[in-house]
Design a protein around this ligand. Sequence first.
Ligand code: UDP
Length: 240
Amino acid sequence: MERKTVKLQGLNIDTFNFEDALNYASSISGQVVTINPEMIDNAVNNQDLANIINNAELVIPDGIGVQLGLKILGYNVKRIAGIEFSHQMIKRCAENSQSIALIGAKAEVVNKAKEEIQKEFNNLYITYVHDGYFEDDAKIIDEIKIRQPRLVLCALGSPKQEEFIFKAKNLLPESLFIGVGGSFDVWSGSVQRAPKLYQKLGLEWLYRTIKEPKRFKRIFPTLPLFVLKVLKEKFIPRGV
Ligand code: UDP
């Protein structure tokens, strides 16, 4: 299976459907980025982050904003929820007796997430768990190296998780790393995912904003501005 990427704001985004993305990810090692408009916006102003994304082994369009941006440019690519994708990757590891590591969020959150995942997949090997509030990346990478997990889920927020994974992936050439944002908060039960209807309509962001109004400031200008920037990209090519 080969990647087919398209460019959005100068960033490579994969066009796999959900099943193909899972199959592809199962066959590779390296970095999976679950990209959203906020991250794209950051990458446009942060060349290091843009390089990390463009050197990632897989970039999945997480959310309706990226799907819409791609649509404006004429690409019909369906969004893949990063949290759902990661859940399916965990399932595959359980089925294939492969081990996983969980890094990120507060200690009680990641421990509770581990418990919940273990409950669902009771024969899964979760061989390393660490909270996301550490200073010494090298120490954590050394600890992961001892366990050699197949799948490493990193919930450090962006761009911290992307930077951490970029450093770690060369030292763990057999592992697949996914930046999973707030997924541990959901799996631990600390934060509720939007009801199915919101998910289906691509309105998870709206639900999260209603539940957590302080996100409004973060999300609200980002989405419409992102759409404007993509429209500009469509009608005025980059560099003009
Ligand atoms: N987080 C972390 N270390 C940090 C900053 C954040 O582990 O230094 C965790 C935070 O506890 C949360 C996750 O990163 O569980 C994602 O944070 P946020 O909701 O801001 O990310 P988003 O998914 O919105 O990008």
